[in-house]
Design a protein around this ligand. Structure first.
Ligand SMILES: Cc1cc2nc3c(=O)[nH]c(=O)nc-3n(C[C@H](O)[C@H](O)[C@H](O)COP(=O)(O)OP(=O)(O)OC[C@H]3O[C@@H](n4cnc5c(N)ncnc54)[C@H](O)[C@@H]3O)c2cc1C
Ligand code: SF4
Length: 551
C-alpha cells in the first residue's frame, strides 16, 4: 500500500499540470518542490501569496525566487575536451520556488506549428545534428493545446497570425493593450511585408478564473506578478490543492527515485532542516525542469545512455535600435507583439543556407522588446557626474528598443547534461554539468535574420542598431551577457521521447522505457526545439501524459 497514487517532483508548469489532471481524476498526489513557497497557502489555496513586488534588487539580483547559485551551483563547459568545467555558478537557472519558472516568466505561450513535430520529414537531415521527428503530431496535440490555453488562461487573437497552426477555437481571452514601442515596430514590420501579431500571453487581459486583469505594471519578465494576473501555474496548483487530494511540500529536495524490480516505489527527499524522508507512491512524475530531471535520473542510477543528451536552448539573437524619442519600453507586459516570418526558410534563407553548405536554416519567433529596468541600466553606466547625465538621458531604458529572436537550436548528442565529477550542492549531491556548443546552423541563421531585423528597426526610426547573441561562444565567461553560457531560459531535450527504447529515453506518453511508472512531464522530452517558447507545448504534453496515466 503506497501513501499516494502519485508523487510529483517539481511544481512548475509541468508538475502543476500533472497534479491538476491527476487530482481531477480522483488520484491522491504529493507535490514535492525544492524551493520556497511564496505563491499560495497550501492549506487554503484560495489565499494567494503577497510577497511579489516590482522590486528589481529582490528579483534580479538577490535570488528571491532562488536558486542561490552559491548553494545550488551548476557547471558549464563548451566541449567535453575543454576541461572538467569552465564555469561554476548560474547556468540558465530558472526559479526554484513553488510555481517554478512560470511564476516569473512573462508567459508568451504560442503553439508549435505542425512541421515542428516533423522536422526531419519536412526539411531533411542536417550534417552533425540529430534532427528527428516527434512520436506525436500537431493534430493529436491540438485538443491538449486548447485545454492548456483554457487551464492557464491565455490571451490572444486567433486570426492574427497567418503562419499559425490550425485551431479548434478562439483564445479564452482577447489580447491586452500594446506597448507603445511595439506599435512602431509592428507598423514598420508590416511595411516591409512581415506579419506581426499580439503575442499569445498567459496573463489575464480581462478578469478570468477568479484572478484580475493585468495592469501592465512593467515588471513582468523575471518578476512574480503582485496581483496574480499570470495564470501559469498558479491556476493549476490552486485547482489541484482545492480538490483536497493534493499535498504540497516546499523546501523538499528529492535526491532519488526509489526503484525495485523495474518499478518506482516512491522518492527519497531532504527537508529544510536536512532530515531525510521517503514518500511511497504508485507513480512518480518528474517535472523538475529539463536540467534537473536528467540530474535526478542520473542521481537515482538510471543508466540509459541518452539521459541528458541533446540538450537544447534557443539561440537568441538580439537586435536593438537607438531611438531619439523616449519610447517607455519598460512599461507593459515585457513583450506584447511577436512575428514568425523567420521560421520557415524562404528563398533568401535557402540561398544563405546553400552558401554556408547547410541543408537549410530556420530562425525563430521574434519578440518585440526593450532591455532594461533602472538598476540594470545603472550598472551599465560609468560612475560620477556622467552617471547622472546618462541616467537622465536614459538610453538603455527609454530609448532602446528592438527584437529578440528565439532561434531553433539543433539537437546534438555531444551537447549534454551530466553529473559534475567534483562540484556538489549544499546537500552534498553532484550538480548538473552542461556541455554545450551551438551548431553552425544556429550562427548562420542568426546572422542571416539579424540583417532583416535591423532593417525593420531602421524603418521604425532607429538611428543606429547593434546585434548580440546568446550564447556567444567566443565571449569571456562572466555573470551576465555576452557569455558562452546560453541565457534563453528555454531548456529542452534531455530525455528525448520516441517509440524506440534504443533511440529515446521515454515513450510517446513520457513514460521511462525501462521503468514505465516514472513519467517525465517537462520539456526534457522534446525531440527538437522549434523557434517557439516551450511552455505551452510542455503543458500540453504533460496534460496528455497525465490523462494516459489515469486511463
Ligand atoms: C524570465 C523568464 C521568462 C520566460 N519567458 C517564457 C516565455 O515567454 N515563453 C515560454 O514558453 N517560456 C518562458 N520561460 C520558460 C518557462 O519558465 C519554462 O519553460 C517553464 O517554467 C518550464 O516548466 P517546468 O515545469 O518544466 O520547469 P520549471 O518551471 O523549471 O519547474 C521545475 C521545478 O522543479 C523544482 N525542482 C527541481 N529539481 C527538484 C528536485 N530534485 N526536488 C524537488 N523539486 C525540484 C524546481 O525548484 C522548480 O520549481 C521563461 C523563463 C524565464 C525565467
Ligand atoms: S505586467 Fe501584468 S501580468 Fe506582468 S507582472 Fe505586471 S500586472 Fe502581472
Amino acid at each position: 500500500m503506497t501513501a499516494f497514487d502519485a508523487v510529483v517532483v517539481g511544481s512548475g508548469p509541468g508538475g502543476a499540470t500533472a497534479a491538476d489532471v491527476l487530482t481531477e481524476a480522483g488520484w491522491s498526489v504529493c507535490i514535492l518542490e525544492k524551493g520556497r513557497n511564496h505563491l499560495l497557502d497550501p492549506d487554503d489555496p484560495g489565499r494567494r501569496g503577497s510577497a511579489f513586488s516590482n522590486d528589481e534588487l529582490k528579483f534580479r539580483f538577490r535570488h528571491f525566487l532562488g536558486p542561490d547559485p552559491l548553494l545550488e551551483p551548476r557547471t558549464f563547459r563548451r566541449q567535453s575536451s575543454s576541461s572538467a568545467r569552465e564555469h561554476v555558478g548560474e547556468v540558465n537557472n530558472l526559479p526554484s520556488t513553488v510555481g517554478g519558472g512560470g511564476t516569473h516568466a512573462d508567459g508568451k505561450l504560442p503553439r508549435f506549428r505542425p512541421e515542428d513535430f516533423d522536422l526531419l520529414g519536412h526539411l531533411g537531415p542536417v550534417e552533425d545534428a540529430a534532427v528527428a521527428d516527434w512520436p506525436v503530431d500537431y493534430d493529436e496535440l491540438e485538443p491538449y493545446y486548447a485545454d492548456a490555453e483554457r487551464r492557464i488562461g491565455v490571451a490572444g487573437d486567433a486570426g492574427a497570425n497567418p503562419h499559425a497552426a490550425p485551431r479548434s477555437g478562439p483564445y479564452p481571452m482577447p489580447p491586452g493593450p500594446a506597448m507603445y514601442a511595439s506599435t512602431l515596430t509592428v507598423a514598420a514590420a508590416e511595411r516591409l511585408g512581415y506579419h506581426p501579431y499580439p503575442a499569445p500571453t498567459g496573463a489575464n487581459s480581462v478578469p478570468y478564473d477568479g484572478r484580475p486583469a493585468c495592469n501592465n505594471c512593467g515588471y513582468c519578465s523575471f518578476y512574480g506578478c503582485p496581483i496574480h494576473a499570470k495564470g501559469d501555474p498558479v491556476s493549476m496548483l490552486q485547482r489541484a490543492l482545492g480538490t483536497g487530494r493534493a499535498v504540497l511540500r516546499s523546501e523538499a529536495f528529492v535526491f532519488r527515485v526509489d526503484v525495485a524490480g523495474g518499478r518506482a516505489t516512491g522518492v527519497s527527499w531532504i527537508d529544510g532542516d536536512g532530515a531525510v524522508h521517503r514518500e511511497t507512491a504508485g507513480h512518480v512524475v518528474l517535472a523538475a525542469g529539463a536540467m534537473e530531471t536528467p540530474r535526478l535520473l542520473l542521481l537515482s542510477g538510471f543508466d540509459h545512455p541518452l539521459i541528458g543528451r541533446h540538450v537544447m536552448f534557443h539561440f537568441q539573437t538580439f537586435v536593438m535600435g537607438g531611438f531619439a524619442d523616449r519610447l517607455h519600453p519598460h512599461i507593459g507586459r515585457s513583450v506584447t507583439h511577436v512575428h514568425d516570418d523567420h521560421i520557415e526558410p524562404d528563398p533568401a534563407a535557402i540561398a544563405t543556407a546553400t552558401g554556408a553548405d547547410l541543408a537549410w536554416i530556420r530562425g525563430g519567433m521574434v519578440e518585440h522588446c526593450g532591455p532594461a529596468h533602472p538598476i540594470e541600466e545603472a550598472k551599465t553606466y560609468p560612475w560620477g557626474p556622467a552617471h547622472k547625465d546618462l541616467m537622465r538621458q536614459s538610453l538603455a531604458r527609454e530609448r532602446l528598443w528592438g527584437f529578440c529572436m528565439q532561434g531553433e537550436d539543433l539537437p546534438q548528442p555531444q551537447n549534454r547534461v551530466d553529473l559534475d565529477p567534483a562540484v556538489r550542492d549544499v546537500h552534498g549531491f553532484p550538480v548538473a554539468r552542461t556541455t554545450y556548443s551551438p551548431h553552425r546552423h544556429e550562427r548562420v541563421a542568426s546572422a542571416h535574420h539579424a540583417t532583416r531585423l535591423a532593417e525593420i528597426l531602421v524603418e521604425a526610426g532607429a538611428q543606429w542598431t547593434v546585434t548580440a547573441t546568446s550564447p556567444d561562444p567566443e565571449a569571456a565567461f562572466g555573470p551576465s551577457m555576452p557569455s558562452p553560457v546560453p541565457f534563453s531560459k528555454h531548456v529542452m531535450g534531455t530525455a528525448r521521447m520516441g517509440h524506440d527504447p534504443a533511440s529515446s529515453v521515454v515513450d510517446p506518453w513520457g513514460r521511462v522505457h525501462r521503468v514505465p511508472n516514472v513519467v517525465v512531464a517537462d520539456s526534457s522530452v522534446f525531440v527538437t526545439a522549434s523557434g517557439y517558447g516551450p511552455t505551452l507545448t510542455l503543458v500540453a504534453l504533460a496534460l496528455r501524459a497525465a490523462r494516459a496515466m489515469v486511463g
